[in-house]
Structure formats: structure tokens, C-alpha cells
Design a protein around this ligand. Sequence first.
Ligand SMILES: [Zn+2]
Length: 289
Amino acid sequence: MENTIVKTLIYDNQVRLFFVDNTKLINEILSLNKETNNILKLTLGKTISVVSIITGALKGNQRISLQMTMSDPKYKVFADADAKGNVRGYLNGELLKAPADYINKISLDRLIGHKGTIRVIKGSAMNQFTGITDMPYQNIDGDISHYFIQSEQIQTYIEANIRFGNDSCFRFSNAIYAQLLPGAMPDLIDEVKHTVNINREFFTSLNKYSKNNIEEKLSELFKDVKVIGYSPIQFFCGCSKEMFYGMLHSLSEGELKQAIYNQEAIDTTCQICGRTYCFNYNEIQALLK
Ligand SMILES: [Zn+2]
């Protein structure tokens, strides 16, 4: 199963366990960031992977939006998603332009550094909650688990595993999300972690399983497994041409007039999905009226 969150309850309804093989989604998003080096791909990939599994816990019109700020605060990563599994994410311009001698040598934990922070906005338009936590694990997934434990006071374990293949694509990417339900025995979260750790092969080969045999396999790993549903995840940017009129406004009037005079079009490209929107000189002219 690819790009499908498997939602389960385990240990007699004490733990909610979700997992997903999101290799396809992550590679799709990374193909939009071709020139990015591997450490930035890993940073973006892990962030998106984590956000994609959290969509399984959202309901109705709830959204989650995540901003990670590195110790050097000009470097940021953004990701957001909704309950329908629409996911997107991007590195900010400063990070994309980071000097090669800095970014080519750095590791993920050093990029995040000791002063990294995560800001999470979660909820629906009418009922939003913002929380900010530090990043003591400097590895993204551990830090987001830390966020849930700190701000929502819920024992949560989130893991995002990513491996590069021979090319710059990811060979596999998967995410696991486990959360204790009210009244659960506290040490169950460690038991889940342990089981995941000694069954790595299962989680890296999720694409071999289907809805017909996943519950049976899971029952070999955990007690009292109940599969309660499946939900898809997909890349969705949501940008539109209208949104890019604002970019034209940021150009000087002289530049716009020049384009009209030369009967040229101005192209703007969405940094998130790579879609290009073209404004012809008639459209630019309408802007100046
Ligand atoms: Zn877009």
C-alpha cells in the first residue's frame, strides 16, 4: 500500500497506531526541488513525512501547519496539510540559497542546532491552537513527538524513516505515529517503540502488503490489533493564478510599463509546486489601471 495511512487500534484500544509508506509522495515533492542538495532533501522529506502521517489524526476541516526555524533563524521549513490528506511543504528561499560550503558539509542535527524551534498551528478556522516548542532531538520526528508531549500532554511517538537510493531519489520513506488513548498503561508507548525497532523490515516493506493481509501481519507484531480505516495522502499545492497577482504588484511600475511597451509576458513560478503562471501584457495593463 502506497500513500495510504493504515489506521489501527492496538493493545485492546489503549494505543492508536498509524503508519504509512509515503515514498511516492516524498519523491514527487522532492522532484520539484531538483537542485537541492541531499541534506535539504532529507530535511524537507522528513518534515513532509511527519506531517503526512499526522493528517490521519485530523478530523473534518482541521488543518495542521508547521514551521521549523533552524538555530540560524533565517533558515526555515514549512509544511501544511488537511484532514483529507492533502500535503505540501517547502524550504524557504534563504535555505535554498544557502552557501554551498555551508550546506554541503552540514548534518541535519547541526543544521537544526541547539536553538531550533517548531511552531505548530492546528485546528479549524474557528478553533485554532498554536504551540511552540524547542527541538531537543535535532532530528525533526523526535522533536515533533516532543511537541505533542509538551503542548498537548499526550504520550506520542512519531518516527519518519528515509533512505536515499543510488540516485538522489529516496529508496523508501515511511512514517509511524502512535499515541496513548485515555486510560492506557504509560509504558505501552515504549513497547510500541521496541516492537517497531525489532521489526524494521516490515515497516520498510509496507508496499508488499494489501488490505487483505495487513491485519494478519500486524497481529504477529502487536496484541489485539484492529484495523479501523485507511486514508489516502497526496501532494496538493492549492495555488492559483489569482494568488500571483500580488507578486506583480511587488514589481516597480517602471518594470511593468516596460513589459507592456515591449508586449512581453511576465512569468511567475510557484515555489511549492513549480507551476508557472504567465501574465500577458494585457493582464499587466489591467493591473495598472
Ligand atoms: Zn503551487
